[in-house]
Design a protein around this ligand. Structure first.
Ligand SMILES: C[S@@+](CC[C@H](N)C(=O)[O-])C[C@H]1O[C@@H](n2cnc3c(N)ncnc32)[C@H](O)[C@@H]1O
Length: 272
């Protein structure tokens, strides 16, 4: 069979994507582990960057549209590409808002709509109103790359061997020797930071719930890595002696006018 040479990369633009800090994360991965779990997978930048992808991988997230896209790329990439080509051919401002208002129960339609909106909306943001309707305005792209056929096929080759689930992070069941990379919505440094990916915000109670869950897995002998904001609240949730706190630096726009690029420190916590 012809081998696909194209290196798979994240097929969505995603807020909080780890592309810019991937090297700092990769050099702190455990040397060896059994299965890989990513329960806040988003765009999956870390998963796609793993050098050795021989391990069994379990990817999950609680965003239904995103998980529909992962599942359809895994099961029916050709049908998805056909649908994306139809969207690309019709793309215009009017068509964008027409599709934004539309809904479907068919998983391929859901995935194609989600990917079309992700490639054409403002900054690839995913934001929904209180009734759960996607409400991001159209972005300012001359030629949005809507179909990405080669990448979808390359992602399919990789996702064939993964288990994909729509679920809360507490539903994963890693065992001793497995590795979990947790990349939750960050605890905000400022009140109005963006942490809303689905109808529900990720609250302080969720951060506490996550810390409890991580401590349970730690006792089972699971390798853990957690990304989060460099804040006292988060640091105080992980005080056990063997938990290491690494500081990493992410390039970010640091003021709201967008003309001040700077580096923001983030926490990377490991139990190994
Ligand atoms: C910071 S993003 C992950 C970014 C990802 N690492 C990347 O490189 O694109 C956080 C993700 O957590 C998901 N999420 C929020 N609350 C969740 C929950 N309770 N359980 C599982 N996933 C959740 C969001 O849908 C979002 O995709």
């Amino acid at each position: 069979m012809k081998k696909n040479k194209f290196k798979p990369r994240p097929f969505v633009k995603w807020a909080g994507g780890k592309r810019t800090v991937i090297d700092q994360i990769n050099k702190r991965l455990p040397n060896d582990f059994n299965a890989y779990f990513e329960p806040f997978v988003g765009g999956g930048a870390v998963f796609f960057s793993l050098e050795e992808k021989k391990q069994e991988a379990f990817l999950s997230d609680n965003n239904p549209d995103l998980i529909a896209a992962y599942k359809v790329i895994k099961s029916s990439p050709r049908t998805l590409i056909k649908e994306l080509k139809k969207h690309a051919a019709k793309h215009s401002e009017g068509y964008y808002y027409y599709i934004r208002r539309s809904s479907s129960r068919d998983i391929v339609d859901i995935a194609a709509r989600f990917l079309y909106l992700n490639k054409t909306c403002y900054n690839g943001l995913y934001r929904v109103n209180n009734s759960g309707y996607f409400n991001v305005p159209i972005g300012d792209y001359k030629n949005p790359d809507i179909v990405q056929e080669e990448n979808i096929i390359a992602c399919h080759d990789l996702l064939k061997r993964t288990k994909i689930s729509l679920c809360d992070f507490t539903k994963i069941r890693p065992g001793k020797g497995d590795f979990v990379y947790f990349d939750p919505p960050y605890f905000p440094k400022k009140e109005n930071s963006f942490t809303k990916y689905t109808k529900q915000n990720f609250s302080l109670e969720d951060q506490v719930r996550l810390a409890e869950f991580i401590k349970k897995l730690d006792k089972k002998g699971v390798y853990i890595m957690l990304s989060n904001s460099m804040t006292k609240v988060i640091s105080d949730l992980y005080t056990m002696n063997h938990f290491l706190k690494h500081v990493i630096y992410a390039p970010r726009y640091v003021n709201c006018k967008g003309n001040g690029r700077g580096k923001i420190s983030e926490l990377l916590i490991t139990n190994y």
